[in-house]
Ligand binder design. Structure first.
Ligand code: FAD
Length: 428
């Protein structure tokens, strides 16, 4: 049996198909360096790669293995823009800020694809993304969105789909319409994790797995990161633990909440399957969003059921198959070969969290389900910041992100109630 993440439930299809996954040693002894990075997901690994390539002396530590958090186990969908639509951001922040946030996300998309191409990382990129309405009353919003993206934000790749086109492209009559974006796509995330770690190591970053940080302090111009077998002293520190940080650092913990999200992989559907003939990825308009796509070998990778507290569900297969059957009734008895999950880091306004939580210690996370392209890019922006240019990271830092109400003890039950209300609204 292949390796399975000890911190996220279920063995993923990615773990079985990523190819060789090099192991990195555990830290044993004290170190000094320019920058210490805590967390080996996309955020931390990308930062390590960019920092090392620019000549910085970098140490990265990860509690388990790289990608064991969200980065190696997600839906692989890149999306376009920020999690909120650009017109919603315009209503909140005005056009120039919304456009800057959109352009930043476009750069993030290009960065991910360029990084993989330049470093010859095979990420199984497949183009195309559809966003679809599960209620008729949302269809006009999708139509308007496609028009606004082209006319106001200069993005011509999104087209509106009526119900008939949606049914044909999805192979399902479950939805009422939506949009198709030919300027984005989906990837095998664990392959990107493995490839980015190799780039970082080859550039000279010192990478350690099986090395949890047990504490971070800052004072006198130095940051101290403790681990069970050594202390790292650095000029700067990046915290990239996102939803998996527990109590490591209290400011991040009070702003980023873990939410479980689960994916099932079916057996290959076969060459004659009517499901997603164009190979696009899909996300829908539910608050508890359903997201699905076909893998390179023709399986349906279907994500959906979310829980709002960190409990391992024993029944991912059953729930995911039930959700698949609502959209594809012919697949009601399909065999699910893999069921797995991970924890998405969300913030109250569903926008990323970037903050200097102590002198010289910046915490980055809370991508709220939109982190595949953003987290990789924010790693690069952090490297830019270390090199003296904080302008672009500052654009995100300046977004107002309040802490979750209820403090650490009560925020999960409060969120559970609030999100269950929204989940109920999806059904009525
Ligand atoms: C099931 C699922 C589906 C998703 N689908 C999509 C999608 O389709 N599109 C999209 O854009 N986003 C998606 N996301 C979100 C996306 O995966 C994340 O935004 C992104 O991977 C975050 O990367 P990260 O590096 O910030 O965090 P992670 O990848 O979670 O990495 C954090 C790491 O920090 C480590 N760590 C924690 N504490 C410590 C410590 N004390 N010391 C050392 N290391 C520590 C953890 O072990 C972990 O490996 C999904 C997430 C999940 C869980």
């Amino acid at each position: 049996m292949t390796y399975q993440s000890p911190i996220s439930p279920g063995r993923s299809w990615y773990e079985d198909t990523a190819g060789p996954r090099p192991e990195y040693p555990a830290l044993d002894g004290d170190r000094t360096c320019d920058v210490v990075i805590v967390g080996g997901g996309f955020t931390g690994l990308s930062a390590a790669a960019h920092l090392a390539k620019s000549g910085a002396d970098v140490v990265l530590i990860e509690t388990h293995r790289f990608g064991d958090g969200a980065s190696g186990r997600n839906g692989g969908q890149l999306g376009t823009g920020q999690r909120a639509w650009a017109e919603e951001l315009e209503a909140e922040y005005g056009f120039s800020c919304a456009k800057a946030l959109f352009d930043l996300a476009e750069e993030a998309k290009a960065h991910l694809l360029d990084f993989a191409a330049v470093h010859q990382i095979e990420i199984d990129y497949m183009p195309g993304q559809m966003s679809v309405a599960h209620k008729k009353r949302y269809v006009d919003d999708y139509k308007a969105h496609a028009e606004i993206m082209a006319s106001r934000f200069g993005y011509p790749h999104i087209s509106f789909m009526d119900a008939a086109e949606t049914a044909e492209r999805l192979g399902s009559t479950h939805y009422f319409g939506g949009t198709r974006d030919t300027g984005t796509g989906h990837i095998h995330p664990l392959k990107l994790v493995i490839g980015t770690a190799k780039v970082a190591a080859q550039a000279g970053a010192k990478l350690f797995e099986q090395t949890p940080s047990t504490g971070i302090t800052s004072g006198g111009g130095k940051v101290r990161v403790t681990t069970p077998k050594g202390t790292i002293i650095a000029g700067k520190c990046l915290i990239g633990v996102n939803a998996y940080g527990g109590t490591l650092e209290p400011v991040s913990a009070s702003h980023i909440m873990p939410i479980g999200s689960f994916i099932g992989a079916t057996v290959p559907l076969g060459a004659n399957s009517k499901v997603l003939p164009g190979g696009e990825a899909v996300d829908d308009s539910r608050f508890v969003v359903r997201y699905f796509r076909k893998s390179k070998d023709g399986r349906l990778l279907f994500g959906g059921r979310e829980i709002y507290a960190v409990n391992d569900p024993k029944d991912i297969h059953i729930h995911i198959r039930r959700q698949i059957a609502e959209i594809y009734p012919a697949l009601k008895d399909i065999e699910i070969t893999h069921g797995w999950g991970g924890y998405v880091g969300i913030t109250v306004p569903r926008k990323p969290f970037v903050r200097e939580v102590m002198p010289n210690v910046i915490s980055v996370g809370g991508y709220s389900g939109h982190g595949v392209m953003l987290s990789n890019f924010f790693g690069k922006l952090y490297a830019e910041t270390v090199a003296g240019n904080r302008d672009r990271l500052k654009l995100i830092e300046d977004l107002k992100i309040p802490p979750f109400p209820g403090g650490r003890r009560f925020r999960a039950p409060l969120l559970f109630l609030a999100l269950n209300w929204y989940a109920l609204r999806d059904r009525i």
